[in-house]
Design a protein around this ligand. Sequence first.
Ligand code: URA
Length: 278
Amino acid sequence: MSGKEMPGTLADEDARALASLMAFWSDAGVDASMADAPIDRLAEGRKRLQAPVRPAPLPRAAAPAPIAMAPAGPDIAQAAADARRLASEAPDLAALEAAIGAFEGCALRFAGAASKAVFARGNPQAPIMVIGEGPGADEDAQGAPFVGRAGKLLDKMLAAAGLEGRVFITNTVFWRPPGNRTPTAEEQAACLPFLERAIELVHPKLLLLSGAASAKSMLKRKEGILAIHGKWFEWTSEDGALTIPALPTLHPAFLLRQPQAKKRAWGDLLTLVHKLEG
Ligand code: URA
């Protein structure tokens, strides 16, 4: 603690340092680790070391085989088929958002997301569609994509590249994955028909795929994002009817953790603008 603050209060500088540290952990997905009282893990370890060692119990007879198998998880093919039917019936973006809100085929919907589905924001006639990974805590709370720290950085970079008001922003999944983990391929597959319908309705000239989870899912490629960012690929819809040039780039949350990578992401944006203007 610095300065002459009252005992029990934090100096401005300490409070800012603490806020910055909390934001760092929050960006890393650690948003539920607080307890009201501190826990002395070292004392717990000492107690365990001092406890008398009990002999391990003798092995018991083999447990009976389980009678029933655990459910095999949601039927992704069925969920995707339902999503495709619902999406195809949506004549516009408002109807599509309502259809997503009514959809129960993505497991993320029931995995702890606090709010309704997080669909999209931006210009519905935009020449560029930005596709991120999935909503985080701020997006879940506010019901719109990319509104937290990463989103603010994304907005600043887009504005600096002259793209303010020229983007439509959405994600590969529409509910927050618990703890900000990466969405699974199944979760993305269940949401894909809605994303494809959004692409069809907005009909952007170019796609900007933000981060590895978006690039992998949209382009079905195995390479890491550092290997493919800034290179052009063709995105093709599942039925092959629509093809749009797609540019993978580094995710703004990654740039917040690795500011030295901003130069690369800026290069990607210039590549995007060049193609759009050209
Ligand atoms: N990260 C994403 O990929 N999407 C959001 O909407 C927010 C953070």
